[in-house]
Design a binder for this molecule. Structure first.
Ligand SMILES: [Zn+2]
Length: 260
């Protein structure tokens, strides 16, 4: 199992949540008399204590998932591999297991929290990106409709038969976009027409005038597939460009994280 598989398994267990059944727990000989698991122990340790019905024992979810990376464990492996069953001393042993802020248990707990926060963080970034994409799409749509209207009123050819870079019979739509300084729409149109040279020329011309426009840096990144452009977009936007964040995060982080 490689690192990515391990992360997926851990996230699966954390999302599934703890198994803390409501039931009548069986008695077993414990010291001089029979004792059983006490359900209120779940209330005392709601975030980590798990009960195994088949074994009549309990485990720590945090340490179970991360203990191999954090070495020894207070109370041995009992909460990780064997399962804890010493009901007579449970209250004290649970407290010992949790320990202070620097205990292995706390380290494992923070590792679990970090793992889930990482995924949530990416989900938030993607959500912001989706909202920005929606706004950008609406802006381009309105601009495109205006350009189409103008072409109709002026009886201009919307698109020519030959839209290649050096054609002399190109349509007017993209040129109108440029004349009206609808830069986003013009850049997007060039991208759709797969005119890489024209796209880059226009973006670079615009960047010379607006070097702090994060959208232009993102567009340049889209055309060139160069992650440095998204890094530049993050820099000029003071880390606010949702579009740059999502692409940069996805290219830097575990590529399988979005599939789980
Ligand atoms: Zn633990």
């Amino acid at each position: 199992m490689d690192g990515n598989d391990r992360e997926r398994v851990r996230r699966f267990y954390l999302q599934k949540g703890l198994f803390q059944p409501k039931m009548i727990f069986p008695k077993r000989q414990c010291g001089e008399r029979d004792r059983r698991f006490v359900s209120t122990w779940f209330n005392d340790h709601p975030s980590w204590l798990e009960y195994s019905v088949s074994e009549d024992s309990c485990y720590c979810l945090f340490c179970y998932l991360f203990k191999p990376e954090h070495g020894g464990q207070s109370g041995g492996d009992v909460f990780v591999t064997k399962g804890f069953t010493n009901w007579k001393e449970a209250v004290k042993k649970f407290r010992d297991h949790v320990g202070d802020i620097n205990s292995i248990h706390h380290k494992c707990m923070r590792a679990c929290q970090d793992l889930m926060h990482e995924k949530q963080h990416i989900e938030i970034v993607i959500s912001n990106q989706s909202e920005q994409t929606r706004i950008d799409y609406h802006t381009r749509l309105v601009a495109s409709v205006d350009v189409v209207k103008l072409c109709l009123i002026q009886a201009l050819a919307f698109r020519g038969h030959d839209e290649s870079e050096d054609s002399t019979k190109k349509g007017e739509a993209v040129k109108v976009c440029e004349d009206l300084e609808l830069w986003d729409t013009a850049i997007y149109s060039y991208c759709l027409l797969e005119k890489k040279a024209s796209t880059m020329e226009l973006i670079k011309k615009r960047l010379a005038e607006r070097p702090s426009d994060s959208r232009l840096w993102c567009s340049l990144g889209d055309v060139t597939n160069d992650d440095a452009c998204y890094e530049k977009a993050l820099e000029v936007s003071e880390n606010r460009s949702a579009r740059a964040k999502v692409i940069h995060h996805i290219s830097c982080l575990d590529p399988t994280i979005l599939k789980s």
